[in-house]
Design a protein around this ligand. Structure first.
Ligand code: ASN
Length: 358
């Protein structure tokens, strides 16, 4: 059997001999654009799929994005904090996914679904923080095909004491612009290999209210319950419609976790937002101003059927008082997927766990 036919996909070969130097002819291109591997095989044989130039390019771009994020936030006076991995409680506002309980010191602890409650804790000591925080969410297996869901992922989580939604959205605008510039500049060969042309943006991105979004979708024949989160299908349609990233602001009260502040002037609205990427890539970040008073949190917990007794340390902390704050968390693998222009997010994690893929 000829050698080439006996090779497995992603095999490594070593060639021994003496190389003769030759000028490359202008018609030979040194790299060829790669096409996405099959997800199930790529995950099952990750130790092979990770060796490809394509995987290497994606991981290199991810590194550059992480480096640019750190540089931006450090220069803006943020302090990087080591994120918690387990805790007695975690974020309950995770849209139908389940948290993973673990036993610790005879108690039931949980893996972090997001570090939001812990970011609030730190506000009294460091007023501008960020973390590359690991999150584990057991998403329903139906999310396997969305291209956007991993069961284990990282968020770039940031929080600013006494800030407003508008101020942290300004941070998000400038951060994304800087990441795009850095990746375009430093990762040209990788982008070429992936066949990705990254747009160049400057300034700030549009901010539309949830009510305006409901109207836009109604024009497309999609009728939404204006008191609930956006279903991801609707979000995808919006994402395909916009040519730049954009923010959705003013989510309805009752649609999200108890830690978002109700607008003091308009009690039917939350001071909460999402950041949505164009081209159908969908949401990369959610955040907002925080409910930080004991009364406000207890009221919302009752409405969302959370038991205050479960959140003992958090309730004790609120009783003693914390500063108001605002912040958000960017999904790092989702950002990588957009930067690389790849169809499914599994390729953006070195060790991917996709709901429904064994
Ligand atoms: N990290 C988000 C925030 O800061 C919360 C989340 O991911 N659910 O609001």
């Amino acid at each position: 059997m000829p050698l080439a036919e006996s090779l497995l996909q992603w095999a490594t070969i070593s060639i021994h001999g003496c190389a003769k130097m030759q000028e490359p002819s202008p018609s030979t291109k040194s790299i060829q654009q790669s096409s996405p591997p099959d997800m199930v095989t790529g995950i099952r044989y990750r130790y092979r799929s990770i060796r490809t130039p394509r995987a290497r390019a994606i991981l290199r771009i991810q590194h550059e994005a992480a480096r640019a994020i750190r540089q931006f936030l450090d220069e803006a006076g943020f302090v990087e904090l080591l994120a918690p991995i387990i805790g007695p409680v975690t974020d309950p506002g995770i849209r139908g996914a389940a948290a993973v309980p673990i036993k610790f010191n005879g108690e039931v602890f949980t893996l972090m679904t997001s570090m939001i409650l812990y970011k609030q804790m730190v506000m009294a000591t460091l007023p501008r923080i960020y973390s590359f925080s690991p999150c584990v969410r057991l998403e329903p297996t139906a999310s396997r095909g969305t291209g956007r869901h991993l069961a284990e992922f990282y968020q770039v989580d940031l929080e600013v004491a006494r800030a407003s939604c508008e101020q942290v959205m300004d941070v998000g605008d400038a951060l994304l612009v800087q990441v795009l510039q850095a990746v375009r500049k430093e990762c040209e060969p990788q982008l070429e290999l992936l066949g990705r042309t990254l747009p160049l943006f400057s300034g700030s991105f549009p901010r539309v209210t949830f009510a305006e979004v409901v109207e836009m979708l109604r024009d497309e024949g999609i009728v939404l319950d204006s008191r609930r989160e956006l279903p991801w299908k609707a979000e995808q349609i919006l994402s395909q419609r916009f040519e730049t990233p954009f923010w959705i602001t003013e989510y309805p009260t009752g649609s999200r976790g108890f830690y978002y502040l109700t607008d003091p002037e308009r009690p039917s609205l939350l001071r909460s937002f999402d950041f949505i990427l164009p081209e159908g890539y969908g949401e990369i970040a959610s955040g907002g101003e925080r409910e930080h008073t004991l009364k406000g949190v207890i009221g919302k917990m009752h409405r969302t059927r959370e038991k205050p007794a479960k959140y003992k340390w958090y309730i004790d902390m609120l009783r003693e008082g914390i500063p108001p704050s605002a912040g958000f968390g960017i999904g790092l693998e989702r950002l990588t997927r957009y930067l690389c222009g790849v169809p499914h997010i599994w390729e953006c994690s070195p060790f991917p766990k996709v709901p429904g893929v064994i």
